[in-house]
Design a protein around this ligand. Structure first.
Ligand SMILES: [Zn+2]
Length: 402
């Protein structure tokens, strides 16, 4: 058909008429809100080692609130600690902070996300910290304040709203929370945002030493999800001369897939001299310029100095919680080697936003990020999911809703 201006007009008219016939809902999307149930299901940790799926009414969405239908949420090391020991004294608690989902309803005052990107019903979002009780923090100041110590959905005390964690089918995001529109990332990537932000932050901390460069020799010790993502972040920065250290052959295999050049299995070496010799050999006779310590083992902290050259750097990020004391020899390990040491913990809002770009870059250069999610469980099987996580049978375990 020849498309002159007259029949373009006719086609447009036809399309518009067919739309009117079907009474396509207006922007307020009554169709979506009609689909919202009256109650939500929340996995509450009600005692040590046990979740109950509880049903709560979905509260009225206020002018600054957002109701999100949860699609999935990763299980974090922090959740494992809560599940086992409740170190934060939160029970009963709605856990799950590595979650993502779709906005199904939002108040009239909600227009943009924490980075200034427009928000609408249907957008996919993640949350970061909650600003309530801290008027010092501005929504748009992404550089300010590490999230550690701030309130986070999935680690809040229970209240009369109850829909406070991402291990649920709906979560209620209150005014004053940081929310990011991540509709341009797929579900697996969105589930990985929170742990990836930890590594984006650690690498930013490492960069402050001025040692980490394009051609640096880098050791990553510990190849759980944190160490593996560390390798991925380094790869997206162009760092390729990476040696992974772990005691598990499967994890070391994955580290190589993620882009580590060489791997060293510490189980194969007796004593720190032999082990540091193996690391040196892996770098062709050199010690590392920089090392990332990604395990929660104090002995691993003590050992890692032996892998680093004089004047090199170390980023310690393995101790999210108190894991006990580590012994070093300050003369040999720190002073005489002039080691540049940085600690890293959690992330800032800026790192969170940077992580969205990291995930796109990782995908673009073909890193197998999605393979980090080794197990997916429905919400009803959250106890099994945690048991699988504790048994260290996989890497990242996720709850994925239908
Ligand atoms: Zn986490």
């Amino acid at each position: 058909m020849e498309m002159n201006s007259a029949n373009v007009e006719a086609v447009v008219k036809q399309v518009l008429e067919s739309m009117l016939d079907k009474k396509i809902p207006s922007q307020s999307a009554p169709a979506a809100s009609q689909a919202i149930p009256k109650t939500a299901h929340v996995a509450m940790l009600t005692s040590l080692g046990h979740y109950d799926i509880k049903e709560f009414p979905i509260p009225e969405v206020g002018d600054g609130d957002i109701l999100v239908k949860v699609e999935g949420c990763g299980i974090c090391g922090t959740d494992a600690h809560e599940f086992k020991k409740d170190p934060f004294g939160l029970i009963p608690v709605a856990l799950g902070h590595e979650g993502t989902g779709e906005i199904v309803k939002m108040g009239k005052n909600v227009k943009v996300d924490s980075a200034g990107k427009p928000l609408k019903v249907g957008d996919k979002v993640v949350t970061c910290m909650i600003f309530k009780d801290d008027p010092e923090i501005e929504m748009f100041d992404l550089n300010k304040k590490n999230v550690g110590g701030a309130d986070v959905y999935g680690l809040l005390p229970d209240d009369d709203i109850h829909l406070n964690g991402w291990f649920s089918d709906y979560i209620f995001i209150r005014e004053g929370s940081s929310v990011f529109n991540v509709s341009d990332l797929d579900l697996d990537s969105r589930i990985l945002i929170e742990p990836c932000a930890v590594l984006v932050h650690a690498v930013e901390r490492a960069k402050t030493t001025g040692i980490l460069r394009f051609n640096s020799r880098v050791v990553v010790q510990g190849c759980g999800p944190i160490g593996l993502i560390c390798i991925a972040v380094l790869r997206t920065l162009g760092v390729e001369n990476i040696v992974a250290v772990d005691g598990n052959p499967q994890r070391l295999e994955f580290a190589k897939k993620m882009g580590a050049d060489k791997s060293v299995n510490f189980m194969e070496y007796k004593g720190i001299e032999a082990l540091s010799g193996a690391v040196k050999d892996a770098f062709g006779g050199h010690l590392a310029d920089f090392a990332f310590q990604c395990t929660g083992s104090p002995a691993a902290h003590s050992n890692i100095y032996k892998f680093i050259r004089n004047g090199g750097g170390l980023c310690e990020l393995g101790f999210f919680i108190n894991g006990g004391d580590a012994t070093i020899n300050p003369h040999f390990d720190l002073c005489s080697k002039e080691i540049n040491l940085v600690g890293s913990w959690v992330y800032t809002l800026r790192d969170y936003a940077t992580t969205f770009d990291f995930l796109k870059r990782a995908q673009a250069i073909g890193l197998p990020m999605k393979e980090l999610i080794t197990h997916r469980f429905p919400l009803e099987e959250i106890n099994e999911a945690h048991e699988t996580n504790l048994a260290q049978k996989g890497l990242k375990i996720a709850i994925v809703n239908k």
